[in-house]
Design a protein around this ligand. Sequence first.
Ligand code: NCD
Length: 304
Amino acid sequence: MKHLIDIKDLSVEEIDNLIEVAKDIIAKPENYSHKCDGKILATLFFEPSTRTRLSHESAMFSLGGQVLGFSEAASSSASKGETVSDTIRMVGCYSDIIAMRHPKEGAPLVASAKSTVPIINAGDGGHNHPTQTLTDLLTIKCEKGRLDNLTIGLCGDLKFGRTVHSLITAMSRYANIKFVLISPDELKLPEYVKRDVLEKNNIEYCETKDIEEHMEELDILYMTRVQKERFFNEEDYIRLKDYYILNKEKLKKAKKDLCVLHPLPRVNEISTNVDDDPRACYFKQANYGKYIRMALILKLLEVK
Ligand code: NCD
């Protein structure tokens, strides 16, 4: 049985195949509308979510399956002190596949050790977010036509931003990728990601505080929200939250075919006046998220 806990659980070939299936679903959704008849997806969200939970649920409904679950820890037995392992054992009796989000790094991995059904990590603390990365890869493939030969700027909270960690890990496996890491000193990419992913694979990267410094070189600009819920004190958050605000002015030097991405939710880091710029792809990106999750559910349930 296969789980998706870390993006590295999938080979590059498997990811490329998921992207092809997702594109086929987009082209011919009717061919997939009964693939999961009789199957049940459980969504266990111990942390808030809009897109990730609803796109998993919409994906399962669009495959003909059904959905159950909870959207906050307070409405589950976690609030009575039940362990993640025990909850997962139960939910495996009521469903065929589980998508879970948890504030503790590693919780989905612990869950997968006890689970009788496939587990999808829908975000674990400040660690990983592999299905957002699959969404990002499908978006990049569809919008840029390739996953290699790209200069990718990542901007904002690179320390706590789990989408950033998973995306860097995934993109580092494609040829000729360069990263521009844009953050204040306090929110730099963790050393373990630099060491175990970038340096280990000889990936070219630079770090800067200035969002405009490398703007004209970028093919992708991946904006992120400062992760308020992971801060230890309110003052630091208030000081850093508006460090970057992307606006039309800052995009002046950017390539005409730059692709601006954001996993969303956006707070202040992209001005709404960027939304009608043809380079703004973040709402399209949210739409792609449903189709790649349909492809993922089919793969993990081994539906042909
Ligand atoms: C992201 C997350 O939960 O990590 N959101 C998402 O899943 N689309 C990013 C964020 O919350 O800032």
